[in-house]
Design a protein around this ligand. Structure first.
Ligand code: DNO
Length: 357
């Protein structure tokens, strides 16, 4: 039988959304988390990993997915110091594997992880969500000292000068340079993941286009094909993030789900709906009718093509007066989880019914 494992992101002991609450979501199996108090590039303490595992298992859940082990900028920039950071990365893979982790999510985006222009945009029903409006991004130029150099979601640990310098280094790089650096990284990391039987699952660039002229390459079908061939091993796979890919109308997410699931290369899925607009996109409730993506067709594509990895409801809106980490409150993600369970049960029963006939 074709099974998906339902999972939920938890930010550790400081998360207002506690394990006690998460465990009450029907069908919950796996916690997705990371060691958050270590800077990118450093080795995680075994005791920190063990402590996460213990807390999660005490709550009756499994610790099988890490999101993320961040990739140090020197690796993405191809600097000489990268070898040290790659070795640390490999050591982290060995350590989390020893604790029972089966899947590691990471990204290869220069400097900025996900980018939004507002984190609390009010939707028609009074809920709030994360949005991206291009004109607001265009107004922030990281190389102009008098520009307002922040957008929500960015790493606040850089000073303005540091950020300007690192952005300038990437602007001098081509997409081909970034591909070379990704290949160099994968050639060293994937054999270690394979030996530990851990699936590496790259997260697409969010949004899936270049920002401020910085190269971004994990953006579309053609590039995902190229990525999977860089190291042609099933441990070199993807996190299918429906919202990251689906915010561009050029990406056919249902087709991509079919294609990469049948190749056995989707190890993790982030299910989230977005409304695509002429000038960007808005994050919406998970239900298909609320956004531009057909969530049923995506789940069915995964089911029909043998997907049996981890799925988590991705960003939720803030509803019912909840406050907290944007995108990562309890209520709307829990509604998302329940919706995904419902879709999956219906798809599974229908398929089993078909088989019996
Ligand atoms: C945002 C997340 C991303 C994701 C990383 C993976 O909410 O989907 O931050 O965790 O890009 O490395």
């Amino acid at each position: 039988m074709n099974r998906m494992k339902l999972s939920f992101r938890w930010y550790g002991e400081d998360d207002k959304v506690t394990l006690e609450k998460i465990r009450q979501i029907p069908g919950m199996h796996t916690i997705v988390t990371a060691v958050y108090d270590v800077p990118p590039g450093e080795v995680w303490q075994m005791s920190s990993i063990e402590s996460l595992k213990m807390q999660i298992e005490e709550a009756g859940l499994h610790f099988e997915v890490v999101e993320s082990i961040p990739v140090h900028e020197d690796i993405k920039l191809g600097k000489p110091e990268r070898d040290k950071y790659i070795e640390n990365y490999c050591e982290n893979i060995r350590r989390v594997a020893a604790a029972g982790v089966k899947c590691i999510c990471y990204n290869f985006m220069p400097v900025f992880d996900w980018t939004r222009t507002q984190l609390d945009h009010e939707l028609a029903d009074g809920s709030t969500s994360l949005v991206y409006y291009q004109e607001q991004v265009d107004a922030v130029n990281p190389l102009q000292s008098d520009s307002d150099l922040t957008l929500p979601g960015w790493d606040q640990s850089y000073s303005r000068e540091q950020l300007k310098e690192i952005v300038a280094q990437y602007q001098a790089m081509t997409e081909e340079d970034l591909w070379d650096n990704l290949k160099y990284f994968l050639e060293r990391v994937i054999p270690v993941a394979a030996a530990c039987d851990v699936n590496m699952a790259i997260h697409e660039d969010d949004p899936c286009w270049s920002i401020f002229g910085l190269p971004r390459i994990i953006t579309c079908e053609e590039n995902l094909d190229r990525f999977l061939k860089l190291v042609d091993d099933s441990h070199n796979g993807i996190t299918l993030c429906t919202g990251s890919l689906g915010c561009s109308c050029h990406n056919d997410v249902v087709h991509m789900a079919k294609k990469y699931a049948s190749q056995g290369r989707i190890h993790f899925v982030h299910m989230r709906n977005v409304k695509v607009l002429d000038n960007g996109f808005e994050e919406r409730a998970h239900l298909s009718a609320c956004g531009s993506l057909d969530m049923y067709e995506i789940m069915k594509a995964l089911y029909d093509h043998g997907f049996c990895g981890y799925i988590r409801p991705d960003h939720g809106r803030m509803i019912w007066g909840e406050t907290g980490r944007p995108g990562y409150g309890l209520y709307d993600r829990a509604l998302g989880a329940t919706y995904l369970n419902g879709l999956w049960e219906a798809i599974e029963k229908e398929a089993e019914g078909r088989k019996k006939k």
